[in-house]
Design a binder for this molecule. Sequence first.
Ligand code: GAL
Length: 380
Amino acid sequence: MKLRIFFCLLALLIPACHLSAQGLAGSARDRFYPGQLWFDTAGRLINAHGGGILYYDSTYYWFGEYKGERTNSAEVGVTCYSSTDLYNWTDRGIALAVSDEADSPIVRGCIIERPKVIHNARTGKFVMYFHLELKGKGYAAANVGVAVSDRPEGPYRFVKNGCVNPGQWPADLAEADRAATAVPEDYEWWTPAWRDEVARGLFVRRDRAGGQMSRDMTLFVDDDGKAYHIYASEENLTLQIAELTDDYLDYTGRYVRVDPTGQNEAPALFKKDGRYYLITSGCTGWAPNAARLFTAESIRGPWQRHANPCQGDGADRTFQSQGTYVLPVAGRKDAFVFMADSWRPDNPIDGRYVWLPVRFENGLPVLRWEKEWSLDVFGR
Ligand code: GAL
């Protein structure tokens, strides 16, 4: 009997020892362990889901959704962690807190997803965009929210929310399609005729007056300082890329559509040697699916679709994850990290981070599963 208790205790201890090697308090990490528990420098689990990273003043700032154990709704807000090496992250607190005022669009209990922060060199401000769903309205609002701060870690002040580019046409929608009169009610979803009409702007026209829908999203700042908001629009059927004003607080009215009817979510955009790369997911909620890859010579398109960038075991489900950001590593040439989330909708706080190196093969990015890895894979 005693022996059995001893072996039971041993069985309990073995996984704990294993975990401690992966970054419990006090043990600095020098590797990534995709899909494993990831602790901050104080020994607490990192809680920054659907995140993105800002690199500013030699420091990385990781912003993400604070998730609880039972609900995906925003009970706390957007978290911020900082790091200088990408392995070890210090909790910098709540960057954007939910509000306790019932009439605030970001009242506790709303949905805040996929926050991204960029720095505006002209104004000196840090600008956060995020997917916002209004409390009690499910995913119906499809709003974008904007918040601003004078400091990278926050606190961020909520500025506004709404749909994108009210009154504007996408630059790449033909005149004839702008003038078309077909409405969604005329069609049965998923029929070939409906698909053709969606590609010809069926939902763009429906939403033009009030602005385009905006759900899964990211931000991208180009070499010339122009910033773009990339978001799942038109009932998640089509991605749109909208140019931001010079202060990053609004839209210029110029926007384009990517892969109409393609059902892309989880956009992550990056640039290498003057070419633009966009990795997305399909549209299956929290369940993982195969990633997609697009390239373009101009951010305004045309965007060309390629094969799934993932290869090897697990490639057809993006290694049980869904992308959220592609991070250019500072100081290393051609070094990019694909950041993804392995969602756990039954216990959202337990969602895991899957970070993988982006390798370039035959001119295109390739993602493969790594049990553990370090930035050394990129060379110096
Ligand atoms: C996913 C999306 C997540 C979240 C989820 C809700 O497809 O990428 O950010 O919105 O759906 O079901």
